[in-house]
Ligand binder design. Structure first.
Ligand SMILES: Cc1cc2nc3c(=O)[nH]c(=O)nc-3n(C[C@H](O)[C@H](O)[C@H](O)COP(=O)(O)O)c2cc1C
Length: 212
């Protein structure tokens, strides 16, 4: 193992073998997710882990139905084609042995109460929410989860494409935790051969400004 290999071992995986994932491995991976940093250590996350194949297929059906329902209302053919063409990037989870739904709980950015107290404008308060610290916590949790999974030989794929079906998915799985909303999902399983590739990245010089 070389330096930082665990980072480069993670790729979005969209095809899985039918090998089952032992519960101990899932617990280890979720423990890594739980270890993520969060603002004020609020840990405003909740993971719904589905290993029941019928339930996973049920989630896929919910997404398909919502996609069809929305598509039917689209009057612009080009938009309709674009929208329905993305469906396969939301339904490939059907062949995964595990599906993890990620929920975000409430989080008030630091100083919202102060700005309210001093009568700041709604634009100023909105600006604080724009950097979405609450959802940054969730991102940290998901990334930990995925890096741990990759390190243990499992594939995942961060997904927000199906979020337009968030309400229906939540109802279908019976997730009911006060103030929590659906943020993302990931399948998890042993990658099928040829799945460990990723598209190229921007050069560091392009994405970094050094102030020396
Ligand atoms: C917030 C987020 C949402 C994503 N949503 C989807 C998705 O709905 N479906 C999908 O197939 N991939 C999705 N991806 C995966 C990206 O396409 C992928 O991370 C990117 O192409 C880089 O490839 P890599 O993950 O293999 O490095 C998502 C990634 C992120 C971070």
């Amino acid at each position: 193992m070389g330096k930082l290999d665990f980072i480069y071992a993670r790729h979005s995986v969209r095809k899985f073998t039918d090998q089952q994932v032992p519960k101990e491995d899932l617990i280890t991976i979720l423990q890594a997710a739980a270890q993520a940093p969060s603002g004020k250590n609020l840990q405003n996350w909740h993971y719904v882990v589905i290993t029941n194949p019928e339930k996973i297929l049920g989630v896929v059906e919910v997404i398909k139905q919502k996609n069809a329902e929305l598509a039917e209302k689209i009057r612009d053919e080009k938009l309709k084609k674009k929208f329905t063409a993305t469906l396969r990037f939301q339904t490939f989870i059907k062949n995964a042995p595990v599906l993890i739904l990620v929920y975000a709980g409430p989080y008030e950015p630091t100083a919202v109460d102060v700005l309210e107290h001093i009568g700041a404008s709604s634009e100023e308060i909105h600006a604080l929410y724009k950097s979405a610290p609450g959802i940054q916590n969730i991102g940290a949790g998901i990334e930990n989860l995925m890096l741990a999974a990759a390190d243990m030989g499992y594939g995942t794929c961060w997904m927000t494409g199906p979020n337009y079906a968030a309400q229906e998915i939540t109802k279908y799985v019976g997730m009911d935790k006060e103030g929590y909303y659906f943020a993302a999902m990931t399948p998890l399983g042993v990658p099928e051969e040829g799945q460990l590739t990723s598209p190229p990245r921007k050069a560091v010089e392009e994405i970094v400004t050094f102030i020396e």
